[in-house]
Design a protein around this ligand. Structure first.
Ligand code: PEP
Ligand code: MN
Length: 337
Protein backbone atom coordinates (compact mmCIF):
# COMPACT_ATOMS: atom_id res chain seq x y z
CA UNK A 1 0.00 0.00 0.00
CA UNK A 2 1.06 3.52 -0.69
CA UNK A 3 -0.21 6.59 1.12
CA UNK A 4 0.08 9.53 -1.26
CA UNK A 5 0.29 12.88 0.52
CA UNK A 6 -1.13 16.12 -0.88
CA UNK A 7 1.41 18.48 -2.39
CA UNK A 8 0.53 20.92 0.38
CA UNK A 9 1.06 18.36 3.18
CA UNK A 10 3.16 19.67 6.06
CA UNK A 11 6.06 17.78 7.68
CA UNK A 12 3.84 17.41 10.73
CA UNK A 13 1.07 15.76 8.70
CA UNK A 14 3.65 13.38 7.20
CA UNK A 15 4.88 12.51 10.69
CA UNK A 16 1.26 11.93 11.73
CA UNK A 17 0.73 9.37 8.96
CA UNK A 18 4.04 7.64 9.79
CA UNK A 19 2.96 7.40 13.44
CA UNK A 20 -0.45 5.98 12.45
CA UNK A 21 1.24 3.32 10.27
CA UNK A 22 3.69 2.38 13.02
CA UNK A 23 0.93 2.27 15.63
CA UNK A 24 -0.56 -0.63 13.66
CA UNK A 25 2.73 -2.53 13.78
CA UNK A 26 3.67 -1.80 10.16
CA UNK A 27 6.79 -0.15 8.77
CA UNK A 28 6.50 3.31 7.18
CA UNK A 29 8.79 4.41 4.34
CA UNK A 30 8.39 8.11 3.52
CA UNK A 31 9.66 8.72 -0.02
CA UNK A 32 9.91 12.41 -0.86
CA UNK A 33 9.30 13.15 -4.55
CA UNK A 34 9.37 16.27 -6.69
CA UNK A 35 5.56 16.48 -6.84
CA UNK A 36 4.61 14.93 -3.51
CA UNK A 37 5.69 12.68 -0.69
CA UNK A 38 4.50 9.09 -0.77
CA UNK A 39 4.66 6.79 2.24
CA UNK A 40 5.12 3.09 1.52
CA UNK A 41 3.67 0.60 3.98
CA UNK A 42 5.44 -2.73 4.46
CA UNK A 43 5.30 -5.41 7.09
CA UNK A 44 1.55 -5.97 6.77
CA UNK A 45 0.50 -9.60 6.43
CA UNK A 46 -2.97 -9.03 5.03
CA UNK A 47 -4.79 -6.06 3.53
CA UNK A 48 -4.28 -2.61 5.03
CA UNK A 49 -7.43 -0.77 6.06
CA UNK A 50 -7.18 2.07 3.53
CA UNK A 51 -10.02 4.33 4.83
CA UNK A 52 -8.22 4.69 8.19
CA UNK A 53 -5.31 6.40 6.44
CA UNK A 54 -7.41 8.24 3.86
CA UNK A 55 -9.07 10.23 6.62
CA UNK A 56 -5.79 11.52 8.10
CA UNK A 57 -4.85 15.17 7.54
CA UNK A 58 -2.71 15.81 4.46
CA UNK A 59 -3.52 12.50 2.75
CA UNK A 60 -4.54 12.63 -0.93
CA UNK A 61 -5.19 8.94 -1.52
CA UNK A 62 -4.23 5.42 -0.55
CA UNK A 63 -3.38 3.17 -3.48
CA UNK A 64 -2.38 -0.46 -3.77
CA UNK A 65 1.04 -1.21 -5.31
CA UNK A 66 0.47 -3.80 -7.99
CA UNK A 67 3.97 -5.30 -8.23
CA UNK A 68 5.46 -7.73 -5.71
CA UNK A 69 8.28 -5.23 -5.27
CA UNK A 70 7.11 -1.98 -3.79
CA UNK A 71 9.75 0.48 -2.58
CA UNK A 72 11.87 0.03 -5.70
CA UNK A 73 8.93 0.55 -8.04
CA UNK A 74 8.01 3.61 -10.04
CA UNK A 75 4.51 3.41 -8.61
CA UNK A 76 5.98 4.50 -5.30
CA UNK A 77 8.40 7.04 -6.78
CA UNK A 78 7.89 8.34 -10.32
CA UNK A 79 11.17 10.19 -10.80
CA UNK A 80 14.62 8.61 -11.11
CA UNK A 81 16.58 8.15 -7.91
CA UNK A 82 20.06 9.61 -7.74
CA UNK A 83 22.37 7.63 -5.46
CA UNK A 84 25.60 9.19 -4.23
CA UNK A 85 28.73 7.06 -4.09
CA UNK A 86 31.09 9.32 -2.19
CA UNK A 87 30.32 12.64 -3.89
CA UNK A 88 29.54 11.02 -7.26
CA UNK A 89 25.86 11.12 -8.27
CA UNK A 90 24.68 7.93 -10.00
CA UNK A 91 21.40 8.14 -11.93
CA UNK A 92 21.53 11.84 -12.86
CA UNK A 93 22.28 13.27 -16.30
CA UNK A 94 25.99 12.47 -16.03
CA UNK A 95 27.18 8.98 -16.91
CA UNK A 96 29.31 7.33 -14.25
CA UNK A 97 32.26 5.07 -14.86
CA UNK A 98 33.68 2.81 -12.18
CA UNK A 99 36.95 1.16 -13.16
CA UNK A 100 39.80 -0.79 -11.67
CA UNK A 101 41.17 -4.29 -11.36
CA UNK A 102 39.04 -7.32 -10.56
CA UNK A 103 41.07 -7.89 -7.39
CA UNK A 104 43.37 -5.77 -5.26
CA UNK A 105 46.66 -7.65 -5.64
CA UNK A 106 49.20 -5.32 -4.06
CA UNK A 107 49.70 -1.67 -3.15
CA UNK A 108 51.72 -1.06 -6.32
CA UNK A 109 49.24 -2.79 -8.62
CA UNK A 110 46.21 -1.00 -7.18
CA UNK A 111 47.83 2.43 -7.17
CA UNK A 112 49.16 1.99 -10.69
CA UNK A 113 45.72 1.13 -12.07
CA UNK A 114 44.00 3.76 -9.91
CA UNK A 115 46.21 6.57 -11.23
CA UNK A 116 45.64 5.49 -14.81
CA UNK A 117 41.86 5.17 -14.65
CA UNK A 118 41.61 8.48 -12.82
CA UNK A 119 43.68 10.12 -15.55
CA UNK A 120 41.41 8.57 -18.20
CA UNK A 121 38.30 10.03 -16.56
CA UNK A 122 36.89 7.32 -14.26
CA UNK A 123 34.69 8.59 -11.42
CA UNK A 124 34.80 5.60 -9.08
CA UNK A 125 37.46 3.01 -8.29
CA UNK A 126 36.68 -0.69 -8.15
CA UNK A 127 38.75 -3.57 -6.75
CA UNK A 128 37.87 -6.72 -4.84
CA UNK A 129 39.44 -7.44 -1.45
CA UNK A 130 37.20 -10.47 -0.88
CA UNK A 131 36.85 -12.52 -4.07
CA UNK A 132 34.07 -15.03 -4.76
CA UNK A 133 36.13 -17.55 -6.74
CA UNK A 134 34.75 -20.70 -8.34
CA UNK A 135 37.78 -22.65 -7.12
CA UNK A 136 38.93 -22.61 -3.50
CA UNK A 137 42.50 -22.82 -4.86
CA UNK A 138 42.23 -19.52 -6.75
CA UNK A 139 43.36 -16.20 -5.27
CA UNK A 140 40.78 -15.27 -2.65
CA UNK A 141 41.74 -11.61 -2.19
CA UNK A 142 43.84 -9.75 0.38
CA UNK A 143 40.97 -9.23 2.82
CA UNK A 144 41.29 -6.29 5.21
CA UNK A 145 44.78 -5.55 3.86
CA UNK A 146 43.14 -5.04 0.45
CA UNK A 147 40.62 -2.62 1.96
CA UNK A 148 43.50 -0.57 3.41
CA UNK A 149 45.10 -0.43 -0.02
CA UNK A 150 41.81 0.72 -1.54
CA UNK A 151 41.55 3.44 1.11
CA UNK A 152 45.09 4.55 0.23
CA UNK A 153 44.16 4.65 -3.47
CA UNK A 154 41.14 6.82 -2.66
CA UNK A 155 43.33 9.06 -0.54
CA UNK A 156 45.70 9.65 -3.43
CA UNK A 157 43.25 9.87 -6.34
CA UNK A 158 40.18 11.29 -4.59
CA UNK A 159 38.06 8.60 -6.27
CA UNK A 160 35.42 6.89 -4.08
CA UNK A 161 35.77 3.13 -3.78
CA UNK A 162 33.36 0.25 -4.43
CA UNK A 163 34.28 -3.24 -3.22
CA UNK A 164 32.48 -6.52 -2.66
CA UNK A 165 31.22 -7.94 0.62
CA UNK A 166 30.97 -11.74 0.57
CA UNK A 167 29.30 -11.99 3.95
CA UNK A 168 27.86 -10.04 6.87
CA UNK A 169 31.29 -9.59 8.53
CA UNK A 170 32.57 -8.19 5.25
CA UNK A 171 29.89 -5.49 5.33
CA UNK A 172 31.12 -4.36 8.77
CA UNK A 173 34.65 -3.92 7.39
CA UNK A 174 33.68 -2.40 4.05
CA UNK A 175 31.47 0.15 5.78
CA UNK A 176 34.60 1.36 7.58
CA UNK A 177 37.00 1.48 4.63
CA UNK A 178 35.00 1.95 1.42
CA UNK A 179 32.29 4.17 -0.09
CA UNK A 180 30.00 1.56 -1.62
CA UNK A 181 29.22 -2.06 -0.74
CA UNK A 182 29.07 -4.38 -3.75
CA UNK A 183 26.88 -7.46 -3.49
CA UNK A 184 27.99 -9.88 -6.15
CA UNK A 185 25.99 -11.98 -8.58
CA UNK A 186 26.49 -15.15 -6.52
CA UNK A 187 25.10 -13.43 -3.45
CA UNK A 188 22.13 -11.70 -5.04
CA UNK A 189 19.78 -13.91 -3.07
CA UNK A 190 21.81 -14.14 0.13
CA UNK A 191 18.97 -12.69 2.14
CA UNK A 192 20.82 -12.21 5.42
CA UNK A 193 23.53 -10.32 3.54
CA UNK A 194 20.89 -8.18 1.80
CA UNK A 195 19.27 -7.36 5.13
CA UNK A 196 22.61 -6.40 6.66
CA UNK A 197 23.36 -4.17 3.65
CA UNK A 198 19.93 -2.65 4.17
CA UNK A 199 21.05 -1.48 7.60
CA UNK A 200 24.38 -0.14 6.33
CA UNK A 201 25.14 3.56 6.21
CA UNK A 202 26.76 3.24 2.76
CA UNK A 203 25.21 2.80 -0.70
CA UNK A 204 24.94 -0.67 -2.20
CA UNK A 205 25.81 -1.85 -5.71
CA UNK A 206 23.63 -4.91 -6.28
CA UNK A 207 24.63 -7.19 -9.14
CA UNK A 208 22.13 -9.37 -10.94
CA UNK A 209 22.34 -13.09 -10.21
CA UNK A 210 23.58 -15.48 -12.88
CA UNK A 211 20.06 -16.77 -13.52
CA UNK A 212 17.88 -14.10 -11.96
CA UNK A 213 14.68 -12.85 -13.54
CA UNK A 214 13.92 -9.13 -13.51
CA UNK A 215 11.45 -9.65 -10.68
CA UNK A 216 13.92 -11.65 -8.57
CA UNK A 217 16.55 -8.95 -9.16
CA UNK A 218 14.19 -6.19 -8.03
CA UNK A 219 12.96 -8.23 -5.05
CA UNK A 220 16.57 -8.48 -3.86
CA UNK A 221 16.88 -4.70 -4.10
CA UNK A 222 13.58 -4.49 -2.22
CA UNK A 223 15.19 -6.38 0.70
CA UNK A 224 17.78 -3.61 1.02
CA UNK A 225 15.29 -0.74 0.78
CA UNK A 226 12.86 -2.44 3.15
CA UNK A 227 15.53 -2.32 5.86
CA UNK A 228 15.84 1.44 5.40
CA UNK A 229 18.75 1.82 2.95
CA UNK A 230 17.37 3.54 -0.16
CA UNK A 231 20.81 4.05 -1.70
CA UNK A 232 20.86 1.14 -4.12
CA UNK A 233 22.40 0.98 -7.59
CA UNK A 234 21.55 -2.05 -9.73
CA UNK A 235 24.07 -3.70 -12.04
CA UNK A 236 23.52 -5.96 -15.05
CA UNK A 237 26.55 -8.27 -15.42
CA UNK A 238 25.36 -10.98 -17.78
CA UNK A 239 23.33 -14.13 -17.30
CA UNK A 240 23.87 -17.80 -18.18
CA UNK A 241 22.61 -18.87 -21.58
CA UNK A 242 23.47 -21.53 -24.17
CA UNK A 243 25.69 -19.03 -25.92
CA UNK A 244 29.25 -20.38 -25.99
CA UNK A 245 31.29 -17.48 -27.35
CA UNK A 246 31.20 -15.36 -24.22
CA UNK A 247 31.44 -16.02 -20.49
CA UNK A 248 27.90 -14.76 -19.94
CA UNK A 249 25.25 -13.13 -22.10
CA UNK A 250 25.01 -9.44 -21.32
CA UNK A 251 21.27 -8.79 -21.13
CA UNK A 252 21.15 -5.19 -22.27
CA UNK A 253 17.39 -5.37 -22.73
CA UNK A 254 17.07 -5.45 -18.95
CA UNK A 255 18.20 -1.80 -18.81
CA UNK A 256 15.05 -0.28 -20.39
CA UNK A 257 13.01 -2.98 -18.62
CA UNK A 258 14.33 -1.83 -15.23
CA UNK A 259 13.87 1.82 -16.19
CA UNK A 260 10.22 1.30 -17.00
CA UNK A 261 9.31 -0.26 -13.65
CA UNK A 262 11.89 1.05 -11.17
CA UNK A 263 13.32 4.41 -10.14
CA UNK A 264 16.70 2.91 -9.19
CA UNK A 265 19.80 3.64 -11.29
CA UNK A 266 21.43 0.78 -13.19
CA UNK A 267 25.04 0.28 -14.28
CA UNK A 268 26.28 -2.30 -16.77
CA UNK A 269 29.34 -4.51 -16.23
CA UNK A 270 30.64 -5.43 -19.71
CA UNK A 271 33.64 -7.27 -18.22
CA UNK A 272 31.83 -10.14 -16.47
CA UNK A 273 29.08 -9.79 -19.05
CA UNK A 274 31.39 -10.92 -21.84
CA UNK A 275 34.50 -12.39 -20.21
CA UNK A 276 36.58 -11.33 -23.22
CA UNK A 277 38.75 -8.25 -23.45
CA UNK A 278 37.91 -7.58 -27.12
CA UNK A 279 34.17 -7.47 -26.39
CA UNK A 280 34.30 -5.01 -23.50
CA UNK A 281 34.38 -1.77 -25.52
CA UNK A 282 31.66 -2.71 -28.04
CA UNK A 283 29.28 -3.79 -25.27
CA UNK A 284 30.15 -0.71 -23.20
CA UNK A 285 29.16 1.52 -26.11
CA UNK A 286 25.91 -0.42 -26.49
CA UNK A 287 25.18 -0.22 -22.76
CA UNK A 288 25.45 3.55 -22.79
CA UNK A 289 23.33 3.77 -25.93
CA UNK A 290 20.61 1.61 -24.39
CA UNK A 291 20.27 3.95 -21.41
CA UNK A 292 22.47 2.59 -18.62
CA UNK A 293 23.49 5.17 -16.02
CA UNK A 294 27.09 4.11 -16.37
CA UNK A 295 29.54 1.23 -16.38
CA UNK A 296 31.74 -0.79 -14.07
CA UNK A 297 34.77 -2.00 -16.01
CA UNK A 298 37.77 -4.15 -15.11
CA UNK A 299 41.07 -2.51 -16.04
CA UNK A 300 44.54 -3.93 -15.35
CA UNK A 301 47.94 -2.45 -16.28
CA UNK A 302 49.26 -5.96 -17.05
CA UNK A 303 46.24 -8.20 -17.63
CA UNK A 304 48.33 -11.25 -18.51
CA UNK A 305 49.68 -11.41 -14.96
CA UNK A 306 46.38 -10.54 -13.22
CA UNK A 307 45.49 -12.83 -10.31
CA UNK A 308 41.80 -12.70 -11.24
CA UNK A 309 39.86 -12.12 -14.46
CA UNK A 310 42.86 -11.17 -16.62
CA UNK A 311 41.22 -12.36 -19.90
CA UNK A 312 38.38 -9.85 -19.50
CA UNK A 313 40.46 -6.97 -18.13
CA UNK A 314 41.20 -4.19 -20.58
CA UNK A 315 44.45 -2.24 -20.58
CA UNK A 316 44.62 1.41 -19.53
CA UNK A 317 45.15 2.33 -23.21
CA UNK A 318 41.96 0.52 -24.21
CA UNK A 319 40.18 2.27 -21.36
CA UNK A 320 41.40 5.69 -22.61
CA UNK A 321 39.97 4.92 -26.02
CA UNK A 322 36.69 3.66 -24.59
CA UNK A 323 36.16 6.80 -22.49
CA UNK A 324 36.76 9.00 -25.51
CA UNK A 325 34.19 7.00 -27.53
CA UNK A 326 31.64 7.23 -24.74
CA UNK A 327 32.16 11.00 -24.58
CA UNK A 328 30.95 11.12 -28.18
CA UNK A 329 27.98 8.80 -27.65
CA UNK A 330 26.70 10.41 -24.43
CA UNK A 331 25.40 13.71 -25.90
CA UNK A 332 23.50 11.86 -28.64
CA UNK A 333 21.24 10.36 -25.98
CA UNK A 334 21.09 13.48 -23.83
CA UNK A 335 23.70 12.42 -21.29
CA UNK A 336 27.09 13.88 -20.44
CA UNK A 337 30.45 12.39 -19.56
C1 PEP B 1 33.42 -8.70 -9.63
O1 PEP B 1 32.88 -7.60 -9.80
O2 PEP B 1 34.65 -8.86 -9.62
C2 PEP B 1 32.56 -9.90 -9.54
C3 PEP B 1 32.97 -11.01 -8.94
O3 PEP B 1 31.37 -9.74 -10.16
P1 PEP B 1 30.09 -10.72 -10.28
O4 PEP B 1 29.54 -10.84 -8.89
O5 PEP B 1 29.19 -9.98 -11.21
O6 PEP B 1 30.57 -12.01 -10.84
MN1 MN C 1 36.08 -9.95 -11.74
Amino acid sequence: MLVVMRQSATPEEIRGVVAAIEARGFKAHPIPGVQRTAIGITGNRGAVDAPVFESLPGVLEVIPVTHAYKLVSREVKAENSVVHIGAVPVGGPGLVIAAGPCAVESHDQMLTVARRVKQAGAHILRGGAFKPRTSPYSFQGLGEEGLKILAAAREETGLPVVTEALDVEGVDLIERYADCIQIGARNMQNFSLLKRAGRAKKPVLLKRGLAATLEEFLMSAEYILSEGNYEVVLCERGVRTFSDFSRNTLDLAVVPAVKSVSHLPILVDPSHGTGRRDKVSPLSRAAVAVGADGLIVEVHHDPNTALSDGPQSITPEMFDELVSELRQIAPVIGRSL
